[in-house]
Design a protein around this ligand. Structure first.
Ligand code: AVI
Length: 322
């Protein structure tokens, strides 16, 4: 229990530090990793069900309709045992489609979803228990790299899943160092399945980040509400708006929060008052869209190479096999 409380206060301290720094910089910024408190995670689950948010269905389409192609590209043999490790498994709805085929085809493997949220791990355990009642899984709670490091000593080949275009929330340099770190924790011949949203027309991408029900707006503005809740601040979210944009050429969707008026907001736990000019923005998220060139760029000097690419029917999304 003591450890749990310490962990919470450590996280809160980091949040406080990052908010203080981000809101003191020009332009103001807050990390999208802080979207996912309890309310934010619920909102994100709702986003994934929205008709405009095509990403989830597109990747589901790949796992539902091409599981045998995925397995073939992974070059795994039925006789040898392997570990299927998923980073940030979500509700597991895509992966379960792969697991069903692996079971049906009698492959020998262990499924190890890794997440920092116990709730997410419970959810995936439930999904597997319902759909594959005989399959025992090994959920691991904690930091991706710490757990991958612990798993490195096992003698079995590994397949790491990093789906959902989560890599897209990293700037290219960060995505490159993430893949470098990931690759250092793997051995020669291990594979990665990397889910990426592909570059496409603005008319398709922008509505995914600006849905008609306003759920993405609430998701973005929840960052200010989180600061109110956790750092005793006084943001009136009606005085701020959600500003999404997508640059087709660059292939990056960006979300910002914009102040509607000149205003000063006290953040009591930080002993800080933040001033906003009318129309001043806080950068909150990037969602990078990929093509083969950008994929190659983020794989530079990582020791990884692309051995396959699977796309959904509409070619909106790709799972690269590295
Ligand atoms: C989690 N991540 C891949 C989502 C995305 O599409 O960038 C987060 C998100 N932000 C707004 N809507 C969804």
């Amino acid at each position: 229990m003591a450890i749990h409380r310490n962990t919470i206060s450590k996280m809160n301290k980091q949040f406080a530090k990052d908010v203080k720094l981000g809101l003191s910089e020009t332009p103001k910024n807050l990390s999208s990793k802080y979207f996912y408190d309890e309310k934010g995670s619920t909102l994100f689950s709702e986003i994934m069900k929205l008709p405009e948010y095509y990403l989830t269905n597109a990747e589901f389409d790949i796992f539902k309709n091409q599981p045998l192609d995925i397995i073939q590209l992974l070059e795994i043999h039925k006789t040898s045992y392997f570990e299927l490790i998923e980073l940030g498994a979500g509700d597991g709805s895509k992966t379960i489609e792969l697991l069903k085929v692996l079971e049906h085809e009698n492959y020998h493997y262990q499924y190890l979803p890794i997440d920092i949220s116990q709730k997410a791990l419970d959810q995936i355990e439930n999904t597997v228990a319902q759909q594959l009642p005989n399959k025992k899984i090994t959920p691991k709670k904690g930091d991706y790299f710490q757990i991958l490091n612990e798993l490195k000593n096992s003698p079995f080949p590994k397949v790491v899943l990093f789906l959902g275009s989560n890599i897209g929330n990293m700037e290219d340099a960060l995505a490159n160092s993430f893949l470098k770190k990931l690759s250092k924790n793997l051995s020669k011949g291990d594979k990665i399945i990397l889910g990426t949203d592909l570059k496409k027309e603005k008319d398709i991408v922008l509505p995914a980040y600006n849905d008609s029900k306003g759920i993405t707006r609430d998701f973005n503005l929840n960052l200010l509400e989180r600061i109110n809740r956790e750092l005793d601040a006084n943001f009136d979210i009606n005085q701020f708006e959600h500003v999404p944009e997508y640059d087709e050429l660059e292939g990056i969707a960006k979300s910002r929060i914009r102040s509607k008026i000149d205003q000063k907001i006290p953040i009591n736990s930080l002993n800080l008052t933040v001033s906003f000019k009318e129309k001043e923005t806080i950068h909150t998220e990037i969602s990078r869209k990929y093509d083969d060139v950008i994929l190659e760029k983020i794989c530079t000097n990582t020791g990884l190479k692309t051995i396959g690419k699977l796309m959904d029917k509409r070619e909106y999304f790709a799972d690269y096999i590295l």
